[in-house]
Design a protein around this ligand. Structure first.
Ligand SMILES: O=C(O)[C@H](Cc1ccccc1)CC(O)(O)C[N+](=O)[O-]
Ligand SMILES: [Zn+2]
Length: 308
C-alpha cells in the first residue's frame, strides 16, 4: 500500500504520554514555560526539556532537574511531570518558587532515557539501561548512570555489555547522556543539578566514585538533611542522607559526580519511595503523595541555592 502510494514509510516510535502532557503545560503557561528539544535518543525519540523562565538573557543562573535516567524507576518521571505543573501553577502564588524564578531559570527533563522508558512499557518492566547496540555483543544497552565523564570505568561499574552496570564503550557514549552533559556545559551557568531515581528513600550528594568526603560535604549534608526533614514533615516519610559512596555503594561515572566536578556545587540524587516493599513497581496511588513530599525537598534545596 505504502509503496504504490509513494508514501514514505514513516518509522513511528511510540509517543510518550508524558511528552503530550509537556506540550499541554507549554500551551497553558506560554509566558513562563517553553519547550527545549535538546536532541534525540538512540531510537530517535525526543529528548524534551521544559524551561521555566521569567526573564530575558540566555545565561541566567539555572537549576537542572533530571528524572528517568533509569528506565524502570517510573516514580521519578511521574514525580517530575507533577512537579512541572506544580512549578507552573505556583509561580505567582508560592513565595519560594516565585522568588527563585525571579532570579533563576529551571530546566526539567522528565524522561532522560526515553527508549528505555518505552521498553519498560512494551517488553520488560525491570529494564534499567539505554537501548543502544553493543557491537560484538548480543546484549543491549549501557547504564546511563555509569556513563558520565567522571572517574569513568572506576569502582562500581562493569565492562561487560551484558551487565546492568555496564559503563559503555567510552564516557558520554550514550547520546542521552551526551546531550544533557553538552547542554549544561554549553550553558555554563548551572548552579544546581538534581537527579531523581528510585527506590530507597535517600537524599545523596557527591561523591559516588569514592567514600572520600567532597570539599563541600558539610554544606551539602546540611542542605540534604533540611530537604529530608521538609519531606518528612508532610506525612512522615523518612529519607536518609549521605554521600553516594557512603550511603549506598561506590559507583563511578554517575551524574552527580560529573556535575560536581564541572562546577555545579549543589548536586544531589534523590532515591524516591519506597524502601523495597514495592520497589520499582510502586503502586499508582503513591505517585502524588511521593511527588508532594519530594516537592518540599526540592524547594528546600532550590531556596538554599538561590540564597547562596
Ligand atoms: O545504581 C544506581 O545508579 C543508583 C544508586 C546511585 C545513585 C547515585 C549515584 C550512583 C549510584 C541506584 C538506582 O537508583 O539505580 C536503583 N537501582 O539500583 O536500580
Ligand atoms: Zn536509578
Amino acid at each position: 500500500f505504502l509503496e504504490e502510494h509513494g508514501l514514505e514509510y514513516a518509522v513511528t516510535v511510540e509517543d510518550l504520554q508524558i511528552h503530550k502532557e509537556m506540550d499541554f503545560i507549554v500551551k497553558s503557561y506560554p509566558r513562563l514555560v517553553s519547550a527545549v528539544k535538546i536532541g534525540h535518543s538512540f531510537e530517535n525519540r525526543l529528548m524534551y526539556v521544559l524551561k521555566f523562565s521569567t526573564g530575558k538573557g540566555r545565561r541566567r543562573p539555572a537549576i537542572w532537574l533530571n528524572a528517568g535516567i533509569h528506565a524502570r524507576e517510573w516514580i521519578a518521571p511521574a514525580t517530575a511531570i507533577w512537579t512541572a505543573r506544580k512549578i507552573a501553577c505556583d509561580y505567582g502564588r508560592d513565595l519560594v518558587i516565585t522568588s527563585i524564578l525571579k532570579k533563576m531559570d529551571i530546566f526539567l527533563l522528565p524522561v532522560a532515557n526515553p527508549d528505555g522508558y518505552v521498553y519498560t512499557h512494551t517488553h520488560n518492566r525491570l529494564w534499567r539501561k539505554t537501548r543502544s547496540v553493543n557491537p560484538g555483543s548480543p546484549c543491549i544497552g549501557t547504564d546511563p548512570n555509569r556513563n558520565w565523564n567522571s572517574h569513568f570505568g572506576g569502582a562500581g561499574t562493569s565492562r561487560d555489555p551484558c551487565s546492568d552496570m555496564y559503563h559503555g564503550p567510552r564516557p558520554h557514549s550514550e547520546v542521552e547522556v551526551k546531550l544533557v552533559a553538552d547542554f549544561i556545559a554549553d550553558h555554563g551557568n548551572f548552579k544546581c543539578f538534581i537527579d531523581l531515581h528510585s527506590y530507597s528513600q535517600l537524599v545523596m550528594y557527591p561523591y559516588g566514585y569514592t567514600t572520600m568526603r567532597a570539599g563541600d560535604a558539610d554544606e551539602l549534608d546540611t542542605v540534604a538533611q533540611n530537604a529530608a526533614n521538609a519531606m518528612a514533615s508532610l506525612s512522615g516519610t523518612q529519607y536518609r542522607v549521605g554521600s553516594v559512596g557512603s550511603a549506598i555503594y561506590t559507583s563511578s561515572g554517575n551524574s552527580v559526580d560529573w556535575a560536581y566536578d564541572n562546577g555545579i556545587k549543589y548536586a544531589f540524587i534523590f532515591e524516591l519511595r519506597d524502601t523495597g516493599f514495592y520497589a520499582f513497581t510502586l503502586p499508582a496511588d503513591q505517585i502524588i503523595p511521593t511527588a508532594q513530599e519530594t516537592w518540599l525537598g526540592l524547594k528546600t534545596i532550590m531556596e538554599h541555592v538561590q540564597n547562596s
